[in-house]
Design a protein around this ligand. Structure first.
Ligand SMILES: O=P(O)(O)OC[C@H]1O[C@H](O)[C@H](O)[C@@H](O)[C@@H]1O
Length: 548
């Protein structure tokens, strides 16, 4: 099946109109009043699944809002779209591909077919190869060209081939090998490579070149730098064979680069880059945390897959979160959304989610090729708490933008230092409370602040947030958390009727950069045919380059 499920233009859907009317009726309701008039509100709007608890009661919603949003989900055939994805239909119609990241974490006895072939055994073959390779490296049994064991791993990749491995490595740092060093190089800026390798002994260093296509300019440039770095220092081109492995879908390009395909870990075109962490793209994470922890992370992904497939819409975490995003983007005209993990180890989680959500849902044409007349993805951003509190929370509390926030916290500390955890969690709960309920003028004045100063201290509140809690940031929980956001993005895409699995918008920049790169380095003055601004910028760079 290659066709997307056809749906009518979103804004003509009957429930969309009902939601518009409903929005007009509830937009000024305050969380103070909503909580005061409904003692059952917190339990009513708390759901659990796959080891995560979601309290979404501090959103600007009523029971009717949710009923209408669930009705919208029915009208947009969300369940049928979801089932088509899990079944392996070619729902990525603009690239004519199936979308089966869920197969990467399916149990070994599952049967998921693409073009009549069960892909699950292929997935498990690669996982097993990754596991035996990881065991070898971690035990010090992978010997480099000069006879020394490999102790450093440098992942070279960008986008989905970087953000997931780096984010998961940092998240699971307490579970990782402390006697090895892990580095992640993405930016084509040579400074990234230099910084990552300056203190590494090449004799002990393994490069994992991760690229779905194996053609990405930045990754290929960094991989060539790595090759040169290694050969210069070890003095022998044959060293490459023992210090490079590749993760890719493109065996031909891997061989052309000079990596033996025996040292390649494969994945498939039905895995999107930003969904590829549970594929072989997770190799450097597995090298860090070991096969057992990596498989536990996959089990967490699978827990959330099952929850998304089977929980009723009303109890379904990704469905609820996706619908709330639609509610804010399209009715409150909210342009940004914050993700605020109260866990230092999730420092790169917002960056990871940026690609996941913004590359997926940053679209303005629906699958029926119509320009949309509603807002799609919000700009997603965030930093770990409490650091963000001392930076941008001022705007969250008193600025003119409404920024719905996802707070993420863990009941058990990851660090052996338990005392700071109480303080961390106190801040987490306090921020959500403060944003929702604020502080009125009367309350400020009653606290002894003068009438002249009081207006500056008022916090109007009514700023929505979700609270996501789990027991502990362990591999299984991390998997469930990532899958929660993957499926939330899917829900948004299905409601909006856009294709969340392509990224045509990144192509133009690549084409232009290729042309400009040759103009910057041409020995004779090129005939610049850009606009006047771009021509002048190129000229300025050429002048500086040729003077130095
Ligand atoms: O894994 P690669 O093929 O090197 O792709 C790396 C990244 O670059 C592309 O331009 C896409 O925008 C991303 O979706 C992708 O993750």
């Amino acid at each position: 099946m290659t066709e997307a499920i056809a749906v009518a233009p979103l804004t003509t859907a009957p429930t969309w109109r009902a939601l518009s009317d409903h929005y007009a009726a509830v937009k000024d309701a305050t969380l103070r009043d909503l909580f005061a008039t409904d003692p059952e509100r917190a339990p009513r709007f708390t759901v659990e699944g796959a080891g995560l608890v979601l309290d979404y009661s501090k959103n600007r919603i009523t029971a009717e809002t949710m009923a209408l949003l669930f009705q919208l989900a029915e009208e947009r055939q969300l369940a049928a779209c979801r089932d088509a994805m899990f079944r392996g239909d070619r729902i990525n119609t603009t690239e004519n591909r199936a979308v089966l990241h869920s197969a990467l974490r399916a149990p070994a006895d599952a049967v998921i077919e693409v073009d009549g072939r069960n892909v699950v055994p292929d997935v498990h073959d690669v996982l097993d190869r990754m596991a035996s390779f990881a065991d070898r490296v971690r035990a010090g049994n992978l010997i480099g060209h000069t006879g020394q064991p490999i102790r450093n791993v440098v992942n070279i990749g960008i986008g989905g081939s970087h953000l997931g491995p780096e984010m998961a490595y940092l998240a699971l740092r307490p579970y990782s090998a402390r006697d090895m060093r892990f580095r992640f190089v993405a930016n084509v800026d040579g400074a990234a490579f230099t910084e990552a390798t300056h203190d590494l002994d090449p004799a002990e260093t393994l490069f994992v070149v991760s690229s779905k296509t194996f053609t990405t300019q930045e990754t290929m440039s960094n991989a060539h730098l790595a090759r040169q770095w290694l050969i210069e220092r070890l003095g022998d081109e044959r060293a490459v064979a023992k210090h490079f492995v590749a993760v890719s879908t493109n065996a031909q390009k891997v061989a052309e680069f000079g990596i033996d395909t025996a040292n390649m870990f494969a994945f498939w075109d039905w895995v999107g880059g930003r969904y590829s962490l549970p594929s072989a793209i997770g190799l450097s994470t597995m090298l860090a945390v070991g096969p057992e922890n990596f498989r536990a992370m996959l089990a967490g992904f699978a827990d959330m897959d099952v929850h998304f497939r089977t929980a009723p819409l009303q109890q379904n975490l990704p469905v609820i979160l996706g619908l709330l995003s639609v509610w804010y983007a399209d009715f409150f005209s909210v342009a940004t959304q914050a993700v605020l993990p109260y866990a230092q180890n999730l420092a790169r989680f917002p960056a990871y989610l940026q690609q996941l959500q913004m590359e997926s849902c940053g679209k303005s044409v629906d699958l029926e090729r119509r320009r949309v007349d509603f807002a799609t993805s919000a700009v997603l951003w965030g930093e770990p708490g409490t650091d963000g509190q001392h930076s941008f929370y001022q705007l969250l509390h008193q600025g003119t933008h409404l920024v719905p926030a996802d707070f993420i916290g863990f009941l058990q500390p990851l660090s052996p230092l338990a005392a700071p955890h109480d303080l961390l969690m106190a801040n987490l709960f306090a921020q959500a409370e403060g944003l929702a309920f604020g502080r009125t003028l009367a309350e400020v004045e009653a606290s002894g602040v003068s009438a002249a100063d009081a207006p500056f201290r008022v916090m109007e509140g009514n700023r929505p947030s979700n609270m996501l809690l789990a027991d502990r940031l362990d591999p299984r929980t991390l998997g469930a958390l990532i899958a929660l956001y993957e499926h939330r993005v899917f829900v948004q895409g299905a409601i909006w009727g856009i294709g969340p699995f392509d990224q045509w918008g990144v192509e133009l920049g690549k084409v232009l950069a290729g042309k400009i790169a040759s103009e910057l380095t041409a020995t004779s003055a090129p005939d610049l045919q850009h606009d006047a601004s771009t021509n002048a910028l190129i000229q300025r760079y050429r002048n500086a380059r040729h003077q130095s």
